[in-house]
Design a protein around this ligand. Structure first.
Ligand code: MG
Length: 244
């Protein structure tokens, strides 16, 4: 899973580096697919449940599962969640980051900072001796203390030979509840944090999910293995722990 994670992280970082005003999300998708294949992987998202892209590209009030499009052109002040993953030798990596397109508002900047902090706190809770909901409890506390909403309908997940495996990993919950975390478990931890209410709305294309109140949303994700020595982040590259 390290290799699938390395490829997933490299692709996310390289796509993120191409986020700029005037770029379409379809261009980012084409680049991502080519790089995944160049690195010896298969795009994990393409064809998953019929999804057409190798990335999900979700902008501003869009939470997750945005279909890349030639008509979605990034503009200064946008924020863009890119979620992508690769399959290598039958193992899957999954990761996401939300990028600022040029200079963004103070509120969006604070949202990005808090949502990233939520992800790191969730990852840090992926430890032997903790329970599953300790992850979400940490995320929820940080997000709600900042006045933000934690998406309920979409959650993190186990990951391995399939992208989505049991258990679900919610970004909310009561501490010290849920299954005991054990060495060898691998999770994709992915807080989705809204600047306003946590409520969501599913769009008619069957994929795109937006905030019900139109507020901005941010999404950060890494794949992490639980080991006796603590959380081992798999979607990472040496020297690029933060993909930006
Ligand atoms: Mg995921």
């Amino acid at each position: 899973m390290r290799e699938a994670g390395r490829v997933s992280a490299k692709v996310l970082r390289e796509v993120g580096a191409r986020v700029a005003p005037g770029v379409s999300t379809l261009e980012l998708d084409r680049f991502a697919e080519a790089l995944i294949r160049l690195e010896g992987g298969i795009p994990a998202f393409k064809g998953y449940g019929g999804f057409p892209g190798s990335i999900c590209a979700s902008r501003n009030n869009e939470i997750v599962h945005g279909i890349p499009s030639a008509t979605v052109i990034l503009q200064e002040g946008d924020i863009l969640s890119i979620d992508t993953g690769a399959i290598v030798d039958g193992w899957v990596g999954d990761n996401a980051w939300t990028y600022a397109v040029g200079a963004v508002s103070a509120e969006k900047q604070r949202l990005l900072e808090v949502a990233e902090k939520c992800m790191w706190a969730g990852l840090d809770a992926a430890r032997v001796g903790n329970r599953l909901m300790d992850i979400g409890a940490r995320v929820q506390k940080i997000a709600e203390s900042a006045g933000f909403g934690v998406v309920r309908e979409y959650v993190g997940h186990g990951i391995g030979r399939s992208m989505h495996e049991d258990p679900n990993v919610p970004n909310y919950g009561r501490p010290r509840t849920g299954i005991k975390l054990e060495a060898g478990m691998v999770f994709a931890i992915e807080p989705m944090i809204n600047a306003g209410s946590h409520e969501t709305r599913q769009m008619s294309d069957g994929w795109l999910v937006v905030t019900a109140d139109g507020s901005a949303s941010a999404h950060f994700e890494k794949t992490v293995a639980i080991t006796e020595d603590g959380p081992l982040i798999l979607t990472t590259e040496e020297g690029h722990e933060r993909p930006v």
